[in-house]
Design a protein. Structure first.
Length: 229
């Protein structure tokens, strides 16, 4: 889906939120006692939090690198940082599945309009991962209908490119959208699983099904699933 169509679709479903916080300061020490012990405790607590964050980060699977995306004929790929959350480009199709899951993603861009995202979840068990992958596949298969229902000016069509024999399974799809004013975009999606990890990969640019690098995208998906664990 183009940025124009995607932005129009997402506006209905994405709301801004504002967080408020307060910092409470305790009274000054009137006894004149040495406060070095409390400072030491605070330092240890900060070090513990930093260590826990580092441990959590190392427990996550590896992500695709820019060189592992389908080659672009006239531009190289640039990879963003791995970030907590869900990229806006993926929210519309999978919004019903998202609540309750921790996730991380990486954004990829070229100098032109071609872009891609990888979103990864790590859940509590292989059974939960299997259920999550099933829901994500269902979401993608239903996305063309959801697009048309949310925007009467856009027609959408889905192609199922089948299963991929990698780890505990992967599936690839193509999604083409065309607006009444002539904007046409092609998206490729895939869902793959290994153990407790599930990954979703999306590739997109202007064009139709004939412009989709399906073979290269399947290779990218295979690489993404192999890197999970």
């Amino acid at each position: 889906m183009s940025k124009r169509t995607r932005a129009a679709s997402l506006t209905t479903f994405v709301a801004a939120s504002v967080a408020f916080g307060a910092v409470l300061a305790g009274p000054a020490d009137a006894t004149g006692k040495d406060t070095s012990a409390s400072k030491h405790t605070s330092t240890n607590a900060s070090a513990k939090v930093t260590k826990e964050k580092a441990t959590k980060a190392s427990a996550w699977p590896k992500f695709l690198s820019a060189s592992q995306l389908p080659p672009h004929p006239s531009s190289s790929w640039t990879a963003g940082k791995v970030t907590d959350g869900v990229p806006d480009e993926l929210r519309f199709c999978i919004q019903d599945t998202l609540p309750g899951y921790d996730s991380r993603y990486r954004d990829f861009r070229t100098d032109l309009e071609t872009n891609a995202q990888q979103l990864t979840f790590v859940v509590g068990s292989s059974a939960k991962a299997k259920a999550l992958a099933t829901r994500l596949n269902k979401d993608i298969r239903a996305c063309a209908t959801r697009i048309e229902q949310s925007d009467p000016e856009t027609e959408a069509a889905l192609k199922d490119y089948g299963k991929l024999p990698v780890e505990e399974g992967a599936h690839a799809y193509g999604l083409h959208t065309e607006t009444s004013w002539g904007a046409t975009d092609i998206n490729l999606y895939s869902v793959g699983r290994d153990g407790r990890a599930v990954t979703l990969v999306r590739w997109a640019q202007m064009g139709d099904f004939s412009d989709a690098p399906v073979k290269a995208f399947k290779k990218t998906t295979t690489t993404a699933v192999n890197k999970l664990y």
